[in-house]
Design a protein around this ligand. Structure first.
Ligand code: SF4
Ligand code: SF4
Length: 310
């Protein structure tokens, strides 16, 4: 797709730089919404095909299409020289590698542009706003502590998967419960009550606390956040252009301290809501400037100062 097709406003009218920037951001936002919708529809379609197939073994299940499955099966894959734990396949490894490359380039964009469960939580937030229900604000200190929950869940899932040699998380993963459509095609309260309870609680909490699952419990989100520290693209705030109005902070779905950080946390999901809200062009930008660049630059500057002083 060419830039002209993506931003038709720029082609048809002559816009001021500020209007062109706004138009570009609005179009990016539309593409992002479409992307989330497309991926959610694809996963639902796959689950319907799988759930209605005469022989389930002939169709792909939701488990085979999860990049997190690559991480879950990695220990068995490495320790046995190529075997998978039950329900995972080579497709998980391919998707996992794709996600790894994506994270190393664009950080948490998967969560903002692809993940269907992130999209569902955005939908819950939209419903809350339509119902004029007040959002619950988690204090920054509590928020900081709760975010470690993702790493605890990640550690627990990997430990249990290695010890039980099965997809331990699958029994209560709210994404799988909801999008796998087991509740529709093979509803069973006796065996799946816990999975149903988890998804109801998660969606209930997400109605009041924006993207609560992503921020506090998602193991894949935790892994993405850790790897995102090495990503090439990072959201940066320029102290010179920023006027400290805090306008960018409110729309952030994962409630990051955008207005005070120079390099935005690796928890950023690349939704660009902060850039869209910011009245100062150039104050917030997605830049090809990984944080490890900062370290290299610091060392080089120090060395230049030392040689200059000699
Ligand atoms: S944090 Fe987890 S649930 Fe949220 S968008 Fe990312 S992968 Fe999906
Ligand atoms: S920092 Fe900006 S781009 Fe990142 S998640 Fe928040 S609003 Fe979206």
């Amino acid at each position: 797709m060419t830039t002209k097709n993506l931003f038709p406003d720029l082609k048809s009218k002559s816009l001021t730089p500020a209007a062109a920037r706004k138009s570009r951001i609005n179009w990016t936002d539309r593409v992002r919404r479409l992307s989330k919708l497309g991926f959610a529809a694809f996963i639902l379609y796959t689950s319907v095909v799988h759930g209605t197939a005469a022989d389930e073994a002939t169709t792909a299940s939701i488990d085979a299409l999860c990049p997190f499955g690559a991480l879950e099966t990695s220990w068995k894959f490495i320790s046995t020289g190529g075997q998978f734990i039950s329900k995972t396949h080579v497709s998980n490894v391919v998707l996992g590698l794709g996600l790894l490359i994506g994270v190393l380039i664009a950080g948490g964009a998967f969560c903002g542009w692809v993940c269907p469960f992130g999209a569902v939580q955005d939908l819950m937030n939209w419903i809350r706003r339509k119902l004029h229900v007040r959002e619950i604000q988690v204090s920054p200190r509590v928020d900081r502590i709760l975010r470690y929950g993702r790493f605890v869940v990640l550690g627990m899932v990997l430990y249990q998967t290695i010890s039980t040699v099965k997809l331990w998380f699958a029994d209560w993963d709210p994404y799988r419960t909801l999008f796998g459509l087991g509740w529709l095609f093979e509803f069973n309260l006796a065996t799946s009550w816990f999975a149903y309870a988890v998804v109801i609680v998660v969606l209930g909490v997400s109605l009041f606390v924006e993207r609560a699952w992503c921020r506090y419990a998602c193991p894949l989100g935790g892994a993405i956040s850790l790897l995102g520290n090495f990503s090439l693209l990072r959201m940066r705030r320029s102290g010179d252009a920023c006027k400290g109005c805090n306008v960018c902070q409110t729309p952030c779905p994962v409630k990051l301290p955008v207005a005070t950080a120079n390099t935005i946390s690796s928890d950023c999901i690349g939704c660009l809501a902060c850039v869209q809200a910011c009245p100062r062009p150039g104050a917030l930008e997605l830049k090809l400037a990984p944080t490890w660049f900062d370290g290299i630059r610091k060392i080089l500057t120090k060395q230049a100062e030392v040689s200059h002083a000699r």
